[in-house]
Ligand binder design. Structure first.
Ligand code: SAM
Length: 194
């Protein structure tokens, strides 16, 4: 009898430490939050890396923002566990879960004030198809539906997949209740209509 083919989760079997020159999106995002005086807000962050700068800076800058981050790297997730143990004051407002963003379950998601989609179109491939995961557009739509009116959705224009993401964004902005705010450094900022 032929062995059953196992479909495994399409994880990101790598570790990303802070590399500001190569990938400044998280630092630009922290700067944007501070510059725009965004406080007391809930943030969904796609791709925490193993450095967790968004969660740490948010917890330490007095903004009272809170962050739910996702990564698909067991190694990065381990660093969150260590961070949480060592810095309970950060863990209070910063939660990370391990998983594939293309498997987001709407019933488990609250509404957010700010959503980052920096890595849209970077990681999804045939392995996600194998378990009928969401598409990039579906992830964008789902998180838009979970953004409060007046809230923000941000993309990263220096992403290696931005040429693909741009096409998704072009139809998304026509079909969803969003409006372009403009650029901040490398980030493209949209607002959900009120
Ligand atoms: C290149 S790293 C960038 C990390 C961070 N945003 C930065 O710029 O420093 C990409 C991030 O996306 C996460 N990632 C990759 N595939 C993912 C998926 N399917 N679902 C959720 N996160 C994923 C990785 O675990 C990693 O944290």
């Amino acid at each position: 009898m032929a062995a059953e083919t196992e479909t495994k989760l399409n994880i990101w079997d790598a570790f990303w430490d802070l590399r500001i020159k190569e990938c400044p999106c998280d630092v630009h995002f922290c700067d944007w939050l501070e510059k725009n005086k965004i406080t007391n807000s809930s943030i969904f962050h796609f791709g925490t890396g193993g450095h967790h700068i968004v969660g740490i800076r948010t917890a330490e800058n007095g903004s009272n923002n809170c962050v739910l981050g996702i990564n698909a790297s067991p190694q990065e997730y381990d660093t969150f566990v260590q961070l949480a143990i060592e810095k309970p004051q950060v863990e209070k407002t910063y939660k990370v879960f391990f998983g594939d963003i293309y498997q987001l379950e709407p019933r488990l998601l609250p509404m957010f004030d700010v959503v980052t989609l920096f890595h849209l179109c970077e990681f999804r491939d045939a392995r996600n198809d194998a378990y009928k995961a969401l598409t990039d557009r579906q992830v964008a739509d789902l998180l838009t539906d979970h953004t409060r009116p007046g809230g923000y959705i941000l993309f990263y224009t220096k992403s290696f997949a931005f040429d693909t993401a741009e096409k998704v964004i072009a139809t998304w902005e026509k079909e969803k209740p969003v409006e372009k705010v403009g650029m901040y450094e490398t980030l493209l900022v949209y607002r959900k209509k009120k």
